[in-house]
Design a protein. Sequence first.
Length: 183
Amino acid sequence: MERHCPEFGHKIDGPLVLAPTPHRDERGSFSRLSCPEEFSAFDLDFTPVQMSLSRNHAIHTLRGMHDQAGDWAEGKIVRAVRGAIYDVAVDLRSNSPTYCQWCATLLSADNMHAFYIPRGFSHGFLTLEADSDVLYQIDRMFVPGHGRGFRWNDPAFGIDWPHEPQVIGERDATYADFKADSS
């Protein structure tokens, strides 16, 4: 496994793109996608305890921006297991020099990359292909009542999305503007 910085947006300490090293032969390939020893070599303290799948039927479906606040914050590894997405993380760590800045990467079933998003970041994505499935590995159990969100086009972040969303849930479309004291 190799690690890279996200390709788009700002240079932010924490988020990483994880690229598996496939072993190929006449049958195809085999890749290790999650390994505590390899995570440790990258200074990632990440042990998944929950997995979730987001199934998205239409191209340019947007989900986000979401996170769990305070003591309920979640770290996650996000991967497109079918189709492709533009995956975004926003730094909401109030003591960070990159507070309110964003970074993004392209994840696809073809490139097999994953995006590690540490605790303290908001997350969202835009599908780049129809029928895109997104797999999340999460480092703590979800606790209802502590989720929050911010509009995908909130000027506080200035995220450069590659396309205008065509499908977006009502909750995601109507989040209030971000307020610095809400993190």
